[in-house]
Structures are given as C-alpha cells and as structure tokens.
Design a protein around this ligand. Structure first.
Ligand code: ADE
Length: 419
C-alpha cells in the first residue's frame, strides 16, 4: 500500500530514527516479539488503524506490526503528544503512513483519525477510544469488516464498557490496559516518573518540601504518590473511592477532600479519569503561585473553561506554563490541562512501554486467532500472556526466579491438607 502522511516536516526523519533506535534498546520484550513476527507474519495482509501517542516507543510498536504483515496507519491519540521527528521517521525510514502533527487543533485531530480510518481497518488499536467512538458515530460503513480492536488505557476501557453496557459496541475490544503487565507497570511506574518529569521540564520547580496534592489513587495516583514522596514532597491524596482512600491512608499519605487540600497545595496533579476534579471554587482557595496540571488521559479533569473565563489576565511565562490571574492572585496551569507527561516531556520511558506495547502486539495476534468466537464486548488477555511477558522481562534484566516443586504444585491443588 502507498505510504500516505500528514506530518510536520519530513526533514526531521534522521533525528527521529536515531531516537527510535535509542528507545528500542530499552524494549527487549517487544524486540523478541518483533523477531518472531518477522518469521511468522501473524498479521499478514491485515489493515490496521492505530490511534496512539506518536512517540519513539509507539514507533517500535508500529515497526513490529509492519513486520508482522499488517498495513498499519497511525494517527495521534492526543493533539499535544506527537513527536514530529518520530512521525517523520516512521514515514520516511519505515514506510508507515502517519497522520499527526504536534499541536494540531481539534479539527485536524479528528481529520487525522478519519484519514487513519480511510485505511479500512480490520483491527483498530486505540488509546482513549476516540478512534472507536468516531468509527461508531461517523464511519459506520466500516463496521462490517472489523474483526476486533485493542485498547491501551483506563479511560478508553471505561468508555468501551459503557458502550457495551448500552449495547452500542459493534465489535469486540481487547482491554490491554487490564493486563497486569500493563497497568501495574505503565500506569504506576510510567506515570509516576513521566508526570514529574513533565512538571519539572515545564516549571523547573523543586519537588522536595512541596505540598503535592494528587487527585486519584488508582494505579497512576499510587505511582505518582510514591515518586513524589521519594523526592521529598508532602503528599496529600484526594479520592472518592473509600477503599482507595483507606489504602492511601495506610500507605502513609494525608487524605482529604479537594476543598480542604486547595489552600494547602503548592502543586496539584489530577489522575482520576473524571470530569472537573479541580474546579474554579478550588482555584479561588489556592495559594498565590500554586501550580495545577493533569496527567489523566483527557483534558477534562481541570474545569478550564470556567477558570479561563474568571481570569482577568492570561500569560504564557514558559513553554507549557500559563499564568492565570484570578481575584488578583496568580496560579499556573500547565499544558492547557492536557496530559503533562506527554505534552511537556516524552511520556513513559521505553523500559515501561516495552511491556505495554508487547501486550498490544500480542493482543493483535490474539484477535487474529480468536475473533471468530468473540461477542461484542470487552475482553482481557489470558493470564499466561502476563506470566510469559513478565518472565521475558525478568530475563532481560538478568533476574531469575524459583519454580514450584512438584510437591508444592500438588499442595496448592489440594484441599485436604490442613494443620
Ligand atoms: N503513553 C504514555 N507514555 C507513552 C509513550 N512513551 N509512548 C506511547 N504512549 C504512551
């Protein structure tokens, strides 16, 4: 198939290729899958539309799908997360169609999704479910040829489950996010590090000694809290789920409602996946100089339209750092409330994305093997995939583990033996 593209600048390809190869060094699990896919071609002749953050790590996934035999087109899953040099390298060096430009407006973002859908996908690969949602709302003529989809992130899985509950989902989707080797690593260690990386790149602030308010104690919030604590922050958690709130207390963090945390925080980070978690009423209570950002998938967690409306002045003081004056007080909003780790930094490190994208590659193979038995609902990969991937990762790190003895296996399978 002819390579098509709408990207920023093809001349960035050389720099992109160098960075893609650098990322690949830290992706041994995906590399081993790529080697197998090269021989076995499990995706031979399959059209794929992929809506993912266009990063060096994603580029290595796209290379894997291509050598596996797929005709895969890529568009961005967020207007601010595209690395333009990576997009250029994918087109020029690897012959993959890409529709993504860093900083594209909403109209272009959706135009690019449509351009990826023009490839008439048999498998969709999504991060946040914008591709699947557009397909169901505006491109229903394509539904008939879809075998199934895969979904990368918590927010996307929540949307897909809502579609399935509404009987609106017209094909099966594999929730890659729900693999342990995805959410326990990517969401926890990836978000933990890359969010602080983005905040530091945007502001150069010192984390030590700061009061850091983290909204949400899911896998992302847990990872973020432990890293912020490790850097010397005083961490406050806000939650709506009583079990998670209790866990945060037991992990040694202060827990309180946002209204109480608002006057205390120096830095606010939302990772809830929900709407309007930091609202104008909270911003009005914040200290002069407070910094507010989001690391959840959508830019909906901070009530920005109302906050912007109430501002007497708005000024960009550094790249990705906007000063907002409200009631004579200055607060700072990072990356227009978009996910800070990808907007101001490079997203999760390759070492983490190795696991997430190994799961994505295996999910597409799982679709090929099982789509005939699928119903229109959300599936998870078998536990064996998790165990196998974790074992390959451990091996790449030079770590070996024990195996059950026959006696232990028998013991675990029996119910008679007691005291
Ligand atoms: N999501 C979070 N970090 C990412 C990365 N580096 N590449 C692709 N998707 C991501």
């Amino acid at each position: 198939m002819a390579v098509k593209s709408h990207i920023k600048d093809i001349k960035l390809a050389k720099q992109g290729k160098d960075r893609i190869e650098w990322a690949e060094r830290s992706m041994p699990v995906l590399r081993s899958i790529r080697e197998r896919f090269t021989k076995e071609k499990p995706l031979r002749g399959i059209n794929m539309a992929c809506c993912l953050h266009v990063t060096t790590e994603t580029a290595n996934l796209m290379r894997t799908l291509k050598v596996g035999g797929a005709n895969a087109a890529l568009c961005a899953s967020n207007p601010l997360s595209t690395q333009d040099d990576t997009a250029a390298a994918l087109v020029k060096e690897y012959g993959i169609s890409v529709f993504a430009i860093h900083g594209e407006d909403n109209k272009t973002y959706y135009k690019h999704i449509h351009q990826a859908l023009d490839f008439k996908p048999q498998i969709t690969m999504d991060d946040g479910a914008d591709l699947v949602s557009t397909l169901h709302k505006e491109r229903r003529e394509l539904l008939g040829t879809i075998l199934a989809g895969t979904e990368e992130t918590t927010t996307g899985v929540i949307r897909l489950k809502a579609m399935a509950a509404d009987n609106a989902l017209e094909f099966a989707v594999v929730a890659v996010n729900d693999s342990k080797t995805k959410h326990m690593f990517d969401n926890r260690y990836g978000t933990g590090q890359s969010t602080l990386d983005g905040i530091i790149r945007a502001t150069n602030m010192l984390i030590a000694g700061a009061n850091v308010v983290i909204a949400g104690y899911g896998w992302c919030g847990r990872g973020l809290a432990i890293r912020a604590k490790g850097m010397g922050a005083h961490v406050i958690i806000t939650e709506v789920d009583s079990v998670k709130a209790l866990e945060a207390v037991m992990d040694g963090f202060q827990v309180m409602p946002m209204a109480k945390a608002a006057p205390k925080g120096d830095l606010f980070i939302t990772v809830t996946g929900d709407l309007n978690v930091v609202r104008l009423e909270h911003v009005k209570k914040m200290k002069e100089g407070a910094i507010v950002c989001n690391s959840g998938h959508f830019n909906a967690e901070i009530e920005l339209p109302k906050i912007y409306k109430a501002a007497s002045k708005r000024k960009t003081v550094r790249p990705q750092t906007e000063e907002i004056t409200i009631d004579g007080k200055k607060v700072y909003i990072l990356a227009e409330g978009r996910l800070i780790n990808l907007a101001a930094a490079e997203g999760h490190p390759a070492m983490v994305m190795d696991m997430s994208f190994a799961n994505q590659a295996l999910a597409s193979e799982f679709v090929m093997k099982n789509h005939k038995t699928f119903e229109n609902r959300v599936y998870v990969l078998p536990e064996k995939v998790d165990l196998d991937l974790a074992l390959i990762k451990l091996k790449s790190m030079g770590v070996s583990i024990d195996r059950l003895t026959p006696e232990q296996k028998k013991y675990l399978a029996s119910w008679e033996m007691g005291t």
